[in-house]
Each structure stands twice: as C-alpha cells, then as structure tokens.
Design a protein around this ligand. Structure first.
Ligand code: FES
Length: 102
C-alpha cells in the first residue's frame, strides 16, 4: 500500500501527540525518542481514545486507566491492558509524517 501523508513533523513537538482522522480511521501520531510513530487512536482495554495520554520514552499512556503501550510494537506494558494496540509503519518525507495504513 502507498504511504499516506498525515501531518507536518513541525506540528508535533517532542513527547507530544497529534490526533488525526484519515478515511474514517482515527489515528494518533506520537513523537518520542526522536521518532514519529503512527498508531490507532484506541486503547485495547476499553476502546477509549489515547490522545491526551502522556507520551514518554517510546510509550504512550492511556489517559483513562493508565495502561502504557510500546509505540514501536503496540505491546501493552502494564495492566489493565493485555492486548496490543494497532501500529502502522511510518516514515518522514519532506518534513511530513507518512504512514502505511494498509
Ligand atoms: S481504556 Fe485504556 S487502560 Fe482502560
């Protein structure tokens, strides 16, 4: 699948995230450890949105019950979540974050 351009890197400061919607898909772009990650904006625990959650050291924390997820793999790092979140391959082209949304 081709990559989809989602947002300018300049719009997402370090350790912050930006929620975007593309073709009905709710996504969250996270900037941490010098990289940009694109994930589905939905916690695997109770399906709540992950925006407004803390982004640090390569993880995002769910703002509802505090589960943290590895931004690179989507793996749940602590309870109450057990299942991974959805992640998408991402890259930077000409100062914009692009993702392969499948
Ligand atoms: S909804 Fe995210 S940890 Fe419960």
């Amino acid at each position: 699948m081709p990559y989809t351009s989602l947002a300018a890197t300049a719009d997402i400061p370090a350790e912050k995230s930006l929620a975007v919607t593309h073709d009905g898909k709710k996504l969250l772009i996270c900037h941490s450890v010098g990289e940009f990650f694109v994930i589905e904006n939905r916690c695997s625990h109770a399906e709540e949105p992950l925006d407004c959650g803390r982004v640090r050291a390569g993880w995002v924390a769910c703002p509802v019950h505090g589960a943290r997820f590895d931004l690179a793999t989507g793996a749940a790092m602590n309870p109450p979540a057990k299942d991974p979140i959805v992640t998408y391959p991402a890259r930077i082209v000409d100062g914009r974050v692009e993702a392969d949304l499948g």
